[in-house]
Design a protein around this ligand. Structure first.
Ligand SMILES: CC(C)(C)CCc1c(C(=O)O)[nH]c(=O)[nH]c1=O
Length: 309
C-alpha cells in the first residue's frame, strides 16, 4: 500500500501535514516540519506587517482538545515568502497561508507571491477579520464573494481557501455557491477552529485564556464530527474542487474518516501541537496499517467512499 498522492500536480509522499498556525511560526519550526514524516507543511497565516498577537495565555490544551485566541502573531508575509523562495520543493510541497486584515492587504500579498513564481500553494484564510461589527469573511457571503473576486483576479493561479465550520445546511449551500463561482479556487480546507468557545477552570472559577474574556477557537476531539461533516458537505457540493480535511485528527482512524468523507490531504492541529512533529511517523504507520487491513492499495481509492444508509 502507498500513502503517496498527487495534489495540484505535485507529489506528496504522505497526505498529512500541519494545520496552519500550529508549529509553523518561524523557520526553526518550519524546518522541524520539513524534517518530519509529514507530506507537506504550511506557514502560519501571514499579514502584511509582522504582528506580536494577543497577550498570553492565548493557547491552552484541555483533556479533549484546545482553545486559542492567538491574534494572528506572525513574522509578516515577507518572512514566509523568503522561506518559500529558499525551500527545496523536491523534498516536499509547501503551502503559504495568507490572512490579510483587509482585501487590499490580501491583494498586495498574493501579488507578491505571484511575482515570485514559486511552486508554493496559497491557502487563503477566510476566517480573517471583516470590518468591526461584521462576522468573519467566511460568515459574510457577500464579503467572501468580493474577496474571492478580487484575489482570483490578482492571483492568476490555482489557490485554496481555509474555511471555518458551518452548522446549517443552507449555509453549506450558500458557501458552496460562492466558491463554485471561482474555478481558480482549486481546494477547500475544512475546518478552521470552532469559533468563540469558552473553557472554564472551576478551581479558579476563571476562564483559561487571557484574550477576548476567555473566548477562543476550539480544536481537538471536540470538533471531529463537525470537521467530517464540513469535509463531506463541500466534497458533495464542489465536485470540481479538492477538499483538505482538518479538525480532530489524532489517529490513523481519524485520517481514514476524513478520506472517506472526501478529503485528498489531511491537516493535523491540536494533536501536532501537543505531540510534536514526531506524530507524523506515528500517523503514517497507523494509516498504512488500516489501508493494509482493508485491502486498499492507495489513499486515492478511499477518497469519498463514505456510504450512506
Ligand atoms: C482568527 C484570526 C486571528 C482572525 C485568524 C488566525 C487564526 C487564529 C489566531 O491567530 O488566533 N487561530 C485559529 O484557530 N484560526 C485562525 O485562523
Amino acid at each position: 500500500t502507498t500513502l503517496s498522492t498527487t495534489f495540484l500536480g505535485q507529489t506528496f509522499a504522505s497526505p498529512l501535514f500541519n494545520a496552519s498556525g500550529v508549529r509553523c511560526f518561524d523557520k526553526d519550526e518550519l524546518n522541524s516540519l520539513l524534517a518530519s514524516a509529514s507530506g507537506s507543511l504550511v506557514t502560519k497565516s501571514c499579514t502584511r506587517e509582522a504582528r506580536t498577537g494577543n497577550p498570553e495565555p492565548r493557547y491552552v490544551a484541555t483533556p479533549l482538545g484546545s482553545i486559542n485566541s492567538m491574534g494572528l502573531p506572525n513574522k509578516g508575509y515577507g518572512y514566509y515568502l523568503d522561506y518559500a523562495k529558499a525551500h527545496d520543493y523536491s523534498k516536499k510541497p509547501l503551502f503559504m497561508s495568507v490572512a490579510g486584515l483587509s482585501l487590499d492587504d490580501n491583494i498586495a500579498m498574493v501579488a507578491a507571491i505571484r511575482d515570485a513564481a514559486l511552486p508554493a500553494i496559497v491557502e487563503l484564510n477566510l476566517s480573517c477579520p471583516n470590518v468591526p461589527g461584521k462576522p468573519q469573511i467566511a460568515y459574510d457571503f457577500d464579503a467572501m464573494d468580493r474577496m474571492l473576486a478580487a484575489v482570483s483576479a490578482e492571483y492568476d493561479r490555482p489557490f485554496g481557501v481555509k474555511m471555518p465550520p458551518y452548522f446549517d445546511i443552507a449555509h453549506f449551500d450558500l458557501a458552496a455557491e460562492v466558491l463554485n463561482r471561482y474555478p481558480a479556487v482549486a481546494f477547500i480546507t475544512c475546518i478552521n477552529s470552532v469559533g468563540n468557545a469558552l473553557v472554564i477552570d472551576i478551581e479558579r472559577e476563571e476562564v483559561v485564556i487571557k484574550p477576548k474574556d476567555g473566548f477562543g477557537g476550539l480544536g481537538g476531539d471536540y470538533v471531529l464530527p463537525t470537521a467530517l461533516a464540513n469535509v463531506n458537505a463541500f466534497h458533495r457540493r464542489c465536485p470540481e474542487k479538492r477538499v483538505i480535511g482538518c479538525g480532530g485528527v489524532r489517529s490513523g482512524e481519524h485520517i481514514f474518516m476524513h478520506l472517506l468523507a472526501g478529503a485528498s490531504l489531511v491537516q493535523v492541529g491540536t494533536a501536532l501541537q501537543e505531540e510534536g512533529p514526531g506524530i507524523f511517523a506515528r500517523l503514517n504507520a497507523e494509516l498504512a496499517a488500516i489501508l493494509e487491513r482493508k485491502g486498499y492499495a492507495s489513499i486515492d481509492e478511499v477518497r469519498g467512499r463514505l456510504k450512506t444508509l
